[in-house]
Design a protein around this ligand. Structure first.
Ligand code: FAD
Length: 367
């Protein structure tokens, strides 16, 4: 059957683009595979990864450990490094051949570049930067309930059995983070989404799943002439990027450090080191050039859920809270007792951070 993205019944299964760089799987891939497993279970279908690279079979079995039923692996020296045109060609042709109903990408630099290209080529929609995914089964369940004696509440669904549409519900912040928009793509498939790193929970690794994952090598054609970009060199960042997403403790600075930026960052760094954590920041500090963008927490920065999040001189704007409000324990220090950060703080100290933080540091050292 000729490919037609509006023939939604012809599409089945959930796919995840498995992003690897220099033969190393990106952590977001495991989060997406875990989330994809939940969606596939709700839809009653399989979950497959699609993995591109050069000689990357070894990476595929690990994906089974997080819930993938199988992995389509495309190996070629031309796919060793990411190129927009090479990856778009292989993925969009694979989708046309196998027709997944749902396709997820990480909202990494590569995912943000690749997913819209693929969506445009496949004539479907894309919801970018999602923070929550769900399957809209309501219409389907009502259909099954109507006039039947099926025990719907205890059924495992195969949504392709009946001619009732189910949709991926894709939720993302909108209007500068002031509201959350839930978006569906009802008339085209695959339903495509990029998902923010760090928001989906990784499942515990399962050895049996890793042992049983099916690894497939479909035929494909890719020649040098298909790729108009040439990667000459990969230059590592001169400075080590801070790992906010994996951190257990984050001490973040905000505009409240303005009167002594260097001193404020030094205090945050000392406190973070004592607690075994790293330094984060609000966007105000990044915009002011006080700290690099990899430290930014929030809607346009990283989404984090550490065990302890300390906010120093941060007001708690909605866009900042969007990235840290799921932290296990939030400690806020702010000289304004009405600052919104106190609404979500587990512990709040009203005071000047330049006075409070040295006291905290001293008492931790003395303990
Ligand atoms: P302010 O709001 O200026 O707050 C400074 C706080 O410091 C105040 O509460 C003040 O009482 C306190 N203070 C001052 N001096 C001291 C002191 N000596 N001791 C203790 N407290 C003191 N922001 C983000 O953080 N992350 C994002 O990802 C992000 N994305 C955005 C996306 C969009 C589309 C938009 C429109 C905005 C975004 N913002 C983001 C910006 C956000 O709206 C706020 O402007 C920003 O978070 C404010 O940073 P702040 O809390 O450091 O500064």
């Amino acid at each position: 059957m000729a490919y037609d993205s509006s023939q939604i019944d012809a599409f089945k299964n959930v796919w995840v683009f498995c992003e690897q760089r220099q033969g190393k799987m990106m952590p977001t891939t495991f989060e997406l595979i875990s989330e994809g497993r939940k969606l596939a279970d709700e839809l009653g279908c399989n979950l497959y990864g699609i993995l591109l690279g050069d000689d990357v079979d070894d990476l595929a079995s690990e994906l089974g450990g997080y819930g993938a039923d199988g992995v389509y692996v495309y190996n070629s020296p031309l796919l060793k490094n990411y190129t927009t045109d090479g990856y778009t060609k292989v993925i969009s042709e694979a989708v046309q051949e196998f027709r997944p109903e749902v396709m997820l990408f990480g909202a990494s630099n590569i995912g943000r570049d690749l997913a819209p290209r693929c969506a445009a080529r496949l004539h479907t929609g894309l919801c970018a930067d999602c923070t929550h995914l769900d399957i809209d089964l309501d219409g389907y369940i009502n259909f099954l309930r109507s006039g039947s004696s099926l025990d719907v509440d205890n059924m495992k669904f195969d949504t392709k059995l009946f001619d009732v549409n189910t949709n991926l519900k894709m939720t993302r912040p909108a209007f500068g983070g002031h509201l959350m928009a839930t978006i569906v793509c009802p008339r085209f498939r695959p339903a495509m989404a990029t998902v923010r790193p760090g928001v989906m929970q990784k499942r515990p690794y399962d050895e049996a799943g890793a042992a049983n994952v099916e690894i497939m090598h479909p035929d494909f054609e890719l020649v040098a002439a298909d790729i108009e970009t040439e990667v000459l060199d990969i230059v590592k960042a001169a400075k080590k990027m801070v790992d906010l997403i994996g951190a257990d403790v984050i001490v973040s600075v905000g505009r409240g450090i303005a009167k002594d930026v260097e001193g404020g960052i030094a205090l945050a760094t000392e406190l973070a080191e004592l607690l075994g954590g790293v330094v984060g920041s609000s966007r105000a500090c990044v915009d002011a050039g006080w700290i690099s963008a990899d430290h930014q927490v929030g809607q346009t920065g990283k989404t984090v859920h550490p065990r302890i999040y300390v906010a120093l001189g941060i007001s708690g704007a909605i866009q900042h809270k969007a990235g840290m409000q799921d932290s296990e324990c939030i400690i806020a220090i702010n000289k304004n007792e009405t600052a919104p950060i106190f609404e979500i703080a587990d512990y709040g100290i009203t005071g000047d951070l330049f006075k409070v933080v040295p006291l905290l540091i001293d008492s931790i050292k003395a303990a």
